[in-house]
Design a protein around this ligand. Structure first.
Ligand code: ATP
Ligand code: MG
Ligand code: MG
Ligand code: MG
Length: 544
């Protein structure tokens, strides 16, 4: 198969033997699943029953042929957009040695799969590739003349997710597009960041599913430059806060990690600030001695934030506020039973300060103080659930510094490269698109990433119709439409008609009794349910 930069590959099959793609030739097992009556089938079960994916173990999935068609469309969109911003493709290993991970302090990350070979050498399975790519670039690049550099890959990532869920929404092994940028200075790196953001918009525009770009916390990295790309859906694990009056959109959950039991007594902390966040959780912010805090980020998290109201840590526990007292009690109880650590309040990093987020379920939404937008101070904030499908980060020298990605600048001085990293969840998007487009008849793929654009559904075992199907396929192919013939003769015509809707092909061309009677075929649009009756000669024109 030749690589094509075109999304709509008009010549996917050139070998004579497969010149008419036919569903009977593909491996399309049904998964032996039956939907439970009255219950909404999960999208993962839909994808399994429709023959797109199979589960291997928790959070690990195989793609079947229909799934690989979707994946290939999606990766083609990404490749084309990467090509347009001058990014070069690489393919980095999944099996990585620990040295660089120790230098960046990420070897002990709890999501890292660590393993040893037979001679006791340590490795990890790559969860992301900042360490590997920065090491590679630091060895290969030594002069400003070799910069800027944009390197990307579409490859497998491994994360020991504690709660894999939603099929490929949160997998332990998944496909990601990851791009890394290297620039000579901050200005150039920021310009790169903006350009890549535009490329991301172009990718998500092409996929064609409504998405939101949210401000995301840049955690310990510092600065304000991190954005996430989300599909809004109730199955999402993220919560977006959106203003109904300005374009402010932000992720309420940021850089999540669990605090150690000792954290609350951190001697470096001099004061605290606390209040209710817009999602009804109590947020406690700890100030380090130098008080280098990013106040914009705090304001975003905590609309009630008031920098003049600081509570020295000693006083914090003596504070009479009943809600604070209740939270401290809950916290202390949990710390005393250390076995339940994962249920502890979630710690988040805001700039260089640490804060704790206490789940505060008893607080009624009506008791939220001030829900006003922290950005325009005018509109009201709304919450929606969303799936993070992409993430862009301006990294500065977070990785280039410890991994010594230095270069000689034009003025002869030795400088450190300014980096950015950018990820798109390829596997996650497949599940997420299936989720947001499905309806009561099954899957409904957007044209951008559908396995085939048109399915020619033929009434089985009719010689006259067989010939017509091939003619229709050829006409559609000439018109630039990607069609497949449903020639499964062991299935009834009715079953095939509903299966074409269930598998979610955007358009069906139905050749059946109507054709045998008065020479007409039906062109049906999956999404809208619209149906047009026309002569076979008009099909290609109607569809294209
Ligand atoms: P999440 O917050 O959902 O755990 P993340 O912030 O850890 O995601 P990133 O490190 O930003 O993820 O990775 C880039 C992209 O990879 C994410 O935007 C997401 O689309 C995808 N991704 C991350 N983790 C997974 C996973 N476990 N399974 C599938 N896709 C994932
Ligand atoms: Mg994660
Ligand atoms: Mg995230
Ligand atoms: Mg992310």
């Amino acid at each position: 198969i030749t690589f094509s930069l075109s999304v709509r590959n008009t010549r996917p099959f050139t070998h004579a033997a497969v010149s008419h793609p036919r569903l009977s030739r593909f491996f399309l097992p049904s998964g032996n699943l039956a939907p439970a009556p009255g219950e909404r089938e999960s999208t993962t079960d839909l994808l399994i029953r429709a023959g797109f994916i199979r589960k291997s173990s928790a959070g690990v999935y195989s793609l079947l042929p229909l799934g690989t068609f979707v994946q290939r469309k999606l990766t083609a969109i990404i490749h084309r957009n990467m090509y347009m911003v001058g990014a070069s493709e690489v393919s980095l290993p999944s099996l990585l040695p620990p040295s660089a991970w120790r230098k960046t302090g990420r070897w002990d990350n709890t999501e890292l799969y660590r393993l040893k070979d037979s001679s006791n050498s340590e490795f990890c399975l790559a969860p992301t590739h900042e360490e590997e790519i920065t090491s590679l670039v630091s060895r290969e690049v030594s002069s400003f003349r070799q910069l800027p550099l944009r390197l990307y890959q579409i490859g497998r990532k491994y994360r020991d997710e504690k709660r894999p869920r939603g099929g490929m929404l949160r997998g332990r092994e998944f496909l990601m597009m990851d791009l890394y940028s290297f620039d000579i200075n901050i200005e150039a790196a920021l310009a790169t960041y903006e350009e890549i953001k535009m490329a991301y918009r172009s990718i998500f525009d092409t996929i064609g599913i409504t998405y939101a770009v949210s401000e995301a916390d840049s955690g310990s990295i510092g600065g304000d430059l991190s954005h996430e790309y989300h599909f809004v859906t109730p199955v999402g694990e993220d919560t977006l806060i959106t203003c109904d009056s300005c374009d402010y959109t932000a992720n309420v959950e940021v850089a999540v990690s669990y605090p150690s039991a000792e954290h609350i007594y951190d001697p470096d902390v001099v004061a605290v600030q606390y209040g209710l966040t817009t999602d009804g959780t109590l947020l406690v912010i700890y100030y380090p001695p130098d008080r280098t805090v990013n106040e914009n980020l705090i304001r975003r998290e905590l609309p009630t934030y008031n920098p003049s109201v600081l509570d020295p840590v000693g006083e914090f526990r003596r504070n009479k506020d009943p809600m604070l007292q209740r939270m401290i009690r809950i916290y202390d109880e949990r710390v005393s039973e250390k076995s339940s650590l994962p249920d502890l309040p979630v710690s988040i990093n805001i700039g260089s300060i640490t804060s704790l987020r206490f789940p505060c379920v008893e607080v009624a939404p009506s008791s939220h103080p001030n829900e006003l937008c922290p950005h325009c101070a005018n509109g009201t904030l709304r919450e929606s659930r969303a799936v993070e499908v992409g993430h862009t980060f301006y990294l500065g020298t977070k990785y280039s510094s410890p991994l010594k990605a230095h270069f000689t600048a034009e003025d002869g001085t030795n400088k450190t490269m300014e980096m950015g990293c950018y990820g798109i969840g390829v596997s996650r998007i497949i599940s997420a698109v299936a989720e947001v487009t499905r309806d009561d008849r099954g899957l409904s793929w957007p044209v951008s990433i559908c396995p085939f654009e048109v399915v020619i559904v033929m009434k089985p075992n009719t010689g006259k119709i067989d010939d017509l199907a091939i003619k229709l396929y050829q006409d559609l192919h000439k018109a630039g439409c990607e069609a497949v013939i449903d020639d499964r003769n062991d299935k009834s015509f009715g079953w095939k008609l509903s299966d074409s809707k269930f598998l979610g092909f955007p358009v069906s061309v139905v050749v059946g009794n109507k054709y045998l009677k008065d020479g007409k075929v039906d062109v049906e649009v999956r999404r809208t349910g619209q149906s047009i009756s026309c002569s076979p000669e008009q099909v290609a024109q109607t569809v294209a």
